[in-house]
Design a protein around this ligand. Structure first.
Ligand code: FES
Length: 124
């Protein structure tokens, strides 16, 4: 299976959907998917998909209720901190970091490169 990032291990790719049409993007272009017991956000911006944490690293705002700005940052609905969906950088400057994962779309489906360890996430 080809990967979009040679730095990532192939065995960490987890299938989240057969097709993009299965993802329920709201008007804000953010969907939630569940991998095992965890929810993560999948956002669509300019035909690209991004995966990031369900809650904001600042004070737990639900990013599913946020929005994507014109630069491709996710904006938290609680205090409007902004995070780059590509690298997790807190571009509004408060010093937080948004957990995020690579996403790839292939003819076999949509995959997130997320480390699963013994049935639990490595980041639990
Ligand atoms: S909880 Fe997200 S900016 Fe405060």
């Amino acid at each position: 299976m080809p990967t979009t990032n040679h730095m990532e291990k192939d065995d960490n790719w987890v299938k989240i959907a057969e097709h993009i049409n299965e993802l329920d993007f709201g008007g804000n272009h953010i969907a939630v998917v569940r991998i095992e017991r965890k929810k993560i956000c999948i956002a669509r911006f300019k035909e690209e998909l991004f995966a990031f944490a369900y809650t904001c690293p600042h004070a737990g705002g639900m990013l599913i209720d946020g929005y994507i700005d014109a630069m491709g940052n996710v904006v938290c609905p609680l205090h409007r901190y902004k995070f780059c969906m590509k690298n997790g950088r807190n571009v509004s400057g408060e010093g937080y970091y948004l957990k995020h994962w690579p996403v790839k779309q292939t003819e076999d489906g949509i995959f997130v490169n997320i480390k699963l360890s013994g049935g639990l996430f490595g980041w639990l």
